[in-house]
Design a protein around this ligand. Structure first.
Ligand SMILES: Nc1ncnc2c1ncn2[C@@H]1O[C@H](COP(=O)(O)OP(=O)(O)OP(=O)(O)O)[C@@H](O)[C@H]1O
Ligand SMILES: [Mg+2]
Length: 444
């Protein structure tokens, strides 16, 4: 008989623990992997909705490098998977890092089977709700804004990038999208596709980092053909091995492919959009990325700023995600609490927009009441000394000035001239402000 229990993949290298897990979670179809390779094979084959991941995997059982690599692979392959990471030895910082990279939740080792069971149960629940939500969103997609219009920002630099993207969407120009993890590269790539006449063709994503070198040649060829009349999105393009860089260049020059065993070139009309979170210049300088290919791929460059450099956007995005996800996850929740707004502004967002999205989703699941507080977002420590001192308009404005100055100084590495320029004041004025507000003047 077919097993109808939900599939749960547990990645754990300790054989004794594996046995206990099987025994503790018999309400799931338990799939167990002892390392990253096994885990990925199972993921491809079985598509489990929820995965638990021990960050300390061989060959790095005492560190987290292999576990973090596994997390990236899982999410690259199946982004909707709910990954719950185990942090050993009371290591909260590695759990935080994993959450910033897209893990859904974490638990502390040694395992308490009951509480892990609750987290797993909730993860399945949220996954099912999201799947349902996506299904509804698909049905409603004719009404919802699509393309570049879905990109939320009030930041002048971002708005400029969106305008540029709109202008080039319906051309053949290749576009390279740069930006840190979770800054919205994929969203821009999709938007470029949706706002072009090619939106009738397919949008095909090839993740150059997630594919084994042995299968890249066929993958590249196959995906270029798949995207005929549409868009081919090459994600993590910097990982393309040199041999395939040559092949891609050949395609871009001839706009044809040939099938194995057949020498007739087949013309293909595919728009190429690439993304990278690495600076290409050093890779070009030391020969890992072909310069000629780079210029072919980067006819237009969109460089997405980190979220920390878009003041106000974190709050805007958090509100957007509440509106979008509260109906499915927690319809009671309407908005952010005051302390959450302060914390969202103060946090440094290493995981950029994806981190906002993950924190809001998690908070929605946890919160009771109408407002999400800083503690629901796990940002209770992130507020600055600001909020309780703000009593009237004058001190609020002064505090805002103080923050803007601190941020400008931080961003310019303490360079007064550059900070003054960024703030739109003269150097003497900035010196005076620093003195008046009792800020630390940078030593030069
Ligand atoms: N400006 C934005 N407005 C609304 N949603 C956004 C915005 N930027 C990113 N997102 C959402 O945040 C998540 C991460 O964005 P996306 O996948 O595009 O990032 P990425 O740059 O491709 O990340 P990575 O480098 O990790 O692949 C997605 O769910 C995306 O829809
Ligand atoms: Mg991406």
């Amino acid at each position: 008989m077919r097993d109808s229990r939900p599939k749960l993949l547990m990645i754990e290298d300790d054989v004794g623990l594996q046995r206990q897990l099987r025994w503790a979670y018999d309400n799931y179809q338990l799939l167990i992997a002892g390392n990253r390779t096994e885990a990925l094979a199972i993921l491809r084959e079985e598509r489990p909705a929820v995965v638990t991941l021990d960050l300390g995997l061989p060959p790095d059982p005492d560190g987290i490098s292999e576990g973090m690599a596994a997390l990236r692979d899982i999410l690259a392959h199946a982004p909707s998977t709910k990954v719950i990471v185990a942090s050993g030895h009371g290591e909260r910082s590695s759990a935080r890092e994993a959450i910033a990279q897209g893990a859904w939740d974490f638990y502390q080792k040694p395992i308490d089977f009951d509480s892990l069971g609750h987290i797993v149960g909730r993860a399945f629940h949220v996954h099912a709700l999201e799947a349902e939500n996506n299904r509804l969103a698909q049905t409603l997609s004719t009404l919802a804004p699509n393309g570049l219009g879905q990109i939320i920002s009030a930041d002048p630099e971002m708005l400029k990038l969106i305008r540029t993207a709109k202008r080039v969407a319906d051309t053949r120009a290749t576009v390279l999208i740069r930006g840190g993890s979770g800054t919205g590269k994929h969203l821009f790539a999709r938007g470029l596709h949706e706002e072009s006449a090619r939106s009738k063709g397919s949008f095909v994503t090839l993740n150059c980092a997630a594919i084994a070198e042995a299968s890249l040649e066929t993958a590249l060829q196959h995906e270029i053909e798949q995207a005929d009349g549409g868009t081919l999105f090459l994600d993590d393009v910097e990982s393309l091995p040199l041999a395939f860089q040559a092949e891609l260049l050949r395609y871009l020059e001839k706009r044809t492919v040939t099938r194995p065993g057949d020498h007739r070139p087949i013309p293909i009309h595919t728009r190429i959009v690439c993304a990278t979170s690495h600076a290409p210049e050093p890779m070009i300088a030391d020969g890992r990325f072909r310069e000629d290919l780079y210029y072919r791929l980067a006819e237009v460059v969109l460089h997405l700023p980190p979220l920390a450099d878009r003041p106000g956007d974190a709050v805007l995005l958090a509100r957007h995600f509440i509106q979008r996800d509260a109906p499915a996850l927690n319809p009671q929740v309407r908005d952010l609490a005051e302390d959450a707004i302060a914390a969202l502004d103060a946090w440094s967002w290493p995981g950029n927009v994806r981190e906002v999205e993950n924190r809001v989703k998690r908070a929605l699941v946890l919160a009771e009441g109408r407002h999400l507080g800083a503690h629901h977002l796990d940002l209770a420590g992130a507020t600055t000394e600001v909020e309780d001192s703000v009593s009237d308009l004058k001190s609020a404005r002064e505090e805002a000035d103080r923050q803007a100055i601190r941020r400008a100084l931080a961003r310019t590495g303490g360079n007064i001239a550059a900070a003054a320029r960024a703030l739109g004041v003269s150097r003497p004025t900035l010196y005076e402000l620093i003195r008046n507000y009792g800020l630390q003047a940078p030593s030069s």
